[in-house]
Design a protein around this ligand. Structure first.
Ligand code: UTP
Length: 295
């Protein structure tokens, strides 16, 4: 079985749900407590044993590439000022992992963004992590998926259970239980099903482990909803061709590309922060008790 060495992180989307904040700043660079969303995702990849990150970027996203690059000027200034801890912290970010960028010239959809990685990934299985999808867990979600892959040897999509009245917002998987814990064999996949058309509550989130055949299938996928190359269509074709598993990961997932998801991530991450957690909790108690007294 081939080792999973590469992670594709698409960050070329327009981030329209977060305008005007994202007019000049990529949504992946918006801060959650003390670091941008994308750094948490790259840290997950590193903690999962991945060796190379392939960022799919677009015009206006150079701040992301710069964030993981070495800044000679800044390093020299910090050195002169004896800011050793800060210097170390910044150098740790640029030493995290090898990062390669590929430009997606037009936002033609998530499927197209992943297809852009074909030459850099080559003929080996790889993981995909969406640049605005955060998962907080004891064992990194990406690592959980790689461990499952080492047992089943096929593509995997990460899923979470969602209320039935929200399934129309997700790609939904229908599948049957397997002997593996929290793992289902994919039978059907529907992108944003109309209410009442699917009885499954298993929603695909922004973590995938894919066989390289996905690139050929993406190439053959005709544009779907909104003229975009949809990933779900190619996933379904891949699952019909060689089989696919849906894995109910353990952990909490946040859609940081959505305002409410982003706010929830900030609150939860701040509460878990060793130096901020207690004073922030006290502040929240005060806010909530004042609010309930006023109502
Ligand atoms: P989203 O739909 O969440 O991103 O795509 P978006 O298009 O930036 O969001 P809104 O709806 O306009 O606010 C999921 C992921 O796929 C990437 C996005 O950057 C995000 O990480 N993506 C999407 C691309 O890289 N290219 C695309 O053409 C579309």
């Amino acid at each position: 079985m081939q080792k999973i060495r590469k992670a594709v992180i698409p960050v070329a989307g327009m981030g329209t749900r977060f305008l005007p904040a994202t007019k000049a700043i990529p949504k992946e660079m918006l801060t959650i407590v003390d670091r941008p969303t994308i750094q948490y995702i790259v840290e997950e990849v590193v903690a999962s044993g991945i060796e190379e990150v392939i960022l799919i970027t677009s015009a206006g996203k150079s701040a992301i590439e710069n964030h993981f690059d070495y800044d000679f000027q800044l390093d020299t200034v910090l050195k002169e000022k004896n800011k050793t801890t800060l210097r170390e912290e910044l150098n740790n970010i640029s030493n995290l992992i090898d990062v390669v960028s590929v430009r997606q010239k037009e936002p033609l959809g998530l499927g197209h963004a992943i297809w852009m990685a074909r030459n850099v990934v080559g003929d080996e299985p790889f993981v995909v992590l969406l640049g605005d999808d955060l998962v907080r867990s004891a064992v990194p979600c990406c690592k959980q998926m790689i461990e499952l892959y080492n047992r089943v040897g096929e593509s995997i999509v990460a899923i979470q259970r969602v209320p039935m009245d929200q399934t129309f917002q997700y790609g939904i998987v229908e599948g049957v239980e397997t002997e593996q814990d929290r793992t289902f064999k994919v039978k059907r996949m529907v992108e944003k099903p109309a209410p009442g058309t699917s009885n499954s509550d298993m929603a695909i989130i922004g973590r995938y482990l894919l066989m390289p055949e996905i690139f050929d299938l993406l190439e053959k996928t005709t544009p779907g909803h909104g003229g975009e190359i949809q990933l779900t269509d190619a996933l379904l074709a891949l699952s019909n061709r060689r089989g696919m598993y849906a894995y109910e990961f353990t952990g909490r997932r946040y859609d940081a590309g959505d305002k409410l998801g982003y706010l929830k991530a900030i609150v939860d991450f701040a509460l878990e922060n060793p130096s901020l957690g207690d004073p922030f909790r006290q502040h929240l108690h005060k806010v909530l008790s004042t609010e309930s007294q006023n109502n």
